[in-house]
Design a binder for this molecule. Structure first.
Ligand SMILES: [Zn+2]
Length: 84
């Protein structure tokens, strides 16, 4: 509470690392309405890119209005460091 910083929750598919689920946008092509939290996604939901399950979505919270492309770059860098 009290923090007025903008924050957006994005969810990367940790399997393909291409797809990003945006709760505000939902996934209308797969019947998911906008503003649907990841927790409310149906268990039958699959990543549109690689068909992996909702469990592979990894939350990323940012405090800025950052583009998804930028986010993808940051994420892949983080991933690269761990992958060693
Ligand atoms: Zn995927």
């Amino acid at each position: 509470m009290g923090s007025r910083a903008k924050s957006f929750d994005y969810y990367f598919c940790d399997n393909c690392r291409i797809y990003v689920y945006d709760e505000q946008h939902g996934d209308p092509q797969n019947g998911v309405q906008p503003n649907t939290p990841v927790r409310a996604l149906p268990l039958t939901w699959r990543c549109p890119v690689c068909c992996s399950s909702v469990k592979n979505l990894r939350a990323v919270t940012l405090c800025d209005d950052i583009s998804k492309l930028e986010l993808a770059r940051i994420y892949s860098q983080l991933k690269g460091k761990r992958a060693g």
